[in-house]
Design a protein around this ligand. Structure first.
Ligand code: SF4
Length: 312
């Protein structure tokens, strides 16, 4: 699929989202928020749902949480418009409440179709509800900063899913901001891993795929060294390139930084340390908290350590 074809397909999905009435969230929205970004990107960020600012503007992550996400993306030398950003539900839950299971189920086909069109190498989940789509049964405090192969049933047919806290969480638990920054710093390395897997993955007869996939535990959350080992049989079975053309050569990293250290529980409750937060941290009640945060702690300029690769 060419970038133009992707753009057309994504716009068609967005058009359906804007008039969708599949669930009760349609009744309270000002604007649906389909998502936005570069159609030929390799990286998709998936959040929870629109907040007040997003609902008003029809764009994802434009409140304070969006500002922090943009800062975090910038901290690894990327720009927001180089990735695609969307949410699990496309309409704002009233009062920024959590989306209900039936609402997420109703909206899931839109995300699935977006991922099918985008065919990303890397899907970054933001928060518990996005994580639940790609890491069923996992807990954010235990798996943030880690990754696993995405289930093709999500629409991401050949991708790695990487878990992060929702940026809004940092406005309720300030210590999470540093955690998010550390997790974000791992993303370039994980993308390298994802690219390698896509380049080496065989497009072969179903029998060959079946043979090797039985050697990978489907529900396992893998550390970087484990995923290399798990994909070794795939590398041996390479017959032809992956479904998308090989990515442009990197502005090559001189060395692959260390990947995904053991996650550190950030609170005394390791089962669920991500605080309950409004979907949109741009809500008025967070303004005071935001003002107290040293946003300059997140570098605006990429450091020599993080500016090792670029998306394009
Ligand atoms: Fe439709 Fe999704 Fe909006 Fe519900 S949240 S009305 S399923 S676009």
């Amino acid at each position: 699929m060419t970038p133009a074809e992707r753009t057309t397909a994504l716009e068609a999905i967005a058009g359906e989202v804007r008039v969708c009435t599949r669930c009760r969230l349609a009744t309270g929205r000002t604007n649906a928020v389909p998502g936005e970004g570069r159609p030929d990107t390799e990286v998709v960020f998936v959040g929870e749902g629109p907040g007040q600012n997003e609902d008003q503007q029809g764009r994802p992550f434009v409140g304070a949480a969006g500002g922090l996400l943009t800062e975090l993306i910038g901290s690894i030398g990327w720009q927001r418009n180089e990735v695609f950003i969307t949410n699990v539900v496309k309409c704002r839950p009233p009062g920024n409440r959590d989306p209900e299971p039936d609402e997420m189920a109703a909206c899931a086909p839109f995300l699935q179709r977006q991922l099918e069109v985008l065919d990303p190498a890397l899907v970054v989940t933001l928060g518990r509800y996005s994580m639940g789509t790609f890491f069923p049964g996992a807990r954010i405090g235990q798996i943030h900063g880690q990754f696993r192969p995405a289930d093709p049933a999500t629409g991401a047919r050949d991708a790695i899913a990487f878990a992060m806290y929702h940026p809004a969480a940092a406005f309720r638990q300030l210590s999470l901001k540093e955690t998010m920054r550390d997790d974000m710093a791992r993303i370039p390395s994980v993308l390298i891993e994802a690219r390698r897997g896509r380049t080496e993955r065989p497009q072969v007869e179903a029998a060959a795929i079946s043979e090797v996939t039985t050697q990978v535990e489907p529900d396992a959350i893998l550390e970087p060294d484990q995923i290399v080992e798990a994909e070794a049989p795939l590398a041996k079975a390479v017959l032809e390139p992956g479904p998308r053309s090989a990515p442009e050569p990197l502005l090559v990293p001189q060395a692959t930084p260390e990947l995904a250290p053991e996650p550190k529980p950030m609170t005394a409750d390791p089962d669920d340390p991500e605080p309950t937060v409004p979907i949109d941290a741009g809500a008025d009640d967070l303004t005071e908290v935001l003002a107290s945060i040293d946003m300059h702690a997140i570098p605006h300029e990429p450091s020599p350590e993080t500016d090792q690769m670029r998306l394009f």
